[in-house]
Design a protein around this ligand. Structure first.
Ligand code: NDP
Ligand code: 8X3
Length: 274
């Protein structure tokens, strides 16, 4: 029988392939994107944080500058604004900050309504953010990756891109699109060393539901009651795993759910008080 030491080091302790890389994260002012920004900074990456809320970007940059040796750059950009995304690309290229890793995370659900009663303004915003914003960033930053024959695109999809659900058809439609775009881009890049992955979480407690319910925090809280949802840091761990994999390994898709969740529609909730 072979003998092993009592505690083996984790793979990520052995090999850090992130240190010194440049990682751009969209939607870094909250939730999963913020957790990814923190995680990559902790691993010694140079992080480019993108979001709309400047005060949050500034606060995060200050915090990371205090606690990490990482280099942090912030950019107040609306991912729906194609011109602003192109200007961002030109700006970071001029400053030699083109990303090795692009985490397309910015996204949202708006409303939880029967499709035939839904609000077309909500649909436009979801499609513009989750699909078109992701496309604009991909179009802006992947050419330089192809030119260098090195890079990684990580799209944050969702279990909603695998299973639609009642009153969530349009959000699910955007996440099915992310799945299709991830698959297509991955094939388009065959023969290059640019990797394409998606990380697809189930229920994660972030500001997601507060945004979905247009600021109704009490209603948002009910989404995560009676079970232990994923935390943003759990998803950042998954993104870290995908990016830190050896260069010959492309984790095409990583789906993670809370243990209490087995499908978009199957969640085991404990009765309150039990
Ligand atoms: P949060 O609401 O906590 O964070 C969303 C982030 O996206 C914020 O930083 C927000 O920043 C940014 N964002 C939204 N619109 C824009 C825009 N137009 N331009 C730039 N940034 C924007 O949600 P999550 O962290 O939960 O969501 C992140 C991603 O994860 C989304 O793609 C979501 O669909 C996906 N996801 C979430 C799950 C969940 O249960 N929470 C599960 C599966 C996937 P700002 O407002 O400052 O611009
Ligand atoms: C977020 C997960 O199930 O709320 O993508 O749509 S869900």
């Amino acid at each position: 029988m072979p003998t092993f030491p009592d505690s083996l080091p984790a793979i990520s302790d052995i090999m850090n392939r992130i240190e010194g890389r440049t990682v751009l994260v969209t939607g870094a002012t909250a939730g999963i994107g913020e957790a990814c920004g923190r995680r990559f900074a902790r691993e010694g990456a140079r992080v480019l944080l993108v979001g709309r809320r400047t005060e949050r970007l500034d606060a995060l940059a200050t915090e990371l500058a205090d606690t990490d040796a990482a280099e942090v750059h912030t950019f107040a950009v609306d991912v729906r604004d194609r011109g602003a995304v192109e200007a961002l690309r030109d700006d970071v290229a001029a400053r030699d900050l083109l990303p090795d890793v692009l985490v397309n995370n910015a996204g949202k659900a708006l409303g939880l309504e029967l499709l035939h009663e839904g609000d077309p303004d909500d649909w436009d915003e979801m499609i513009d953010t989750n699909v078109k914003g992701l496309l604009y960033f991909t179009r802006a930053f992947v050419p330089a990756m192809v030119e260098r024959d090195f890079g990684h695109v990580v799209n944050i999809g969702s279990t909603a891109g695998r299973w639609s659900y009642p009153k969530g058809a349009v959000y699910a439609g955007t996440k099915f699109s992310v799945k299709a775009i991830t698959e297509g881009l991955n094939m388009d890049l065959v023969g290059t060393k640019v990797r394409v992955s998606s990380v697809d979480p189930g229920l994660v407690e972030t500001e997601f539901s507060e945004v979905r319910f247009h600021g109704d925090r009490a209603r948002a809280r009910t989404v995560y009651q009676g079970y232990e949802p994923l935390r943003a840091e759990d998803v950042a761990d998954a993104v870290h795993y995908v990016v830190n994999a050896p260069p010959h390994v492309d984790v095409f898709n990583l789906t993670l759910l809370p243990t209490a969740q087995r499908h978009s529609m199957v969640v085991h909730r404990e009765e309150s008080g039990s």
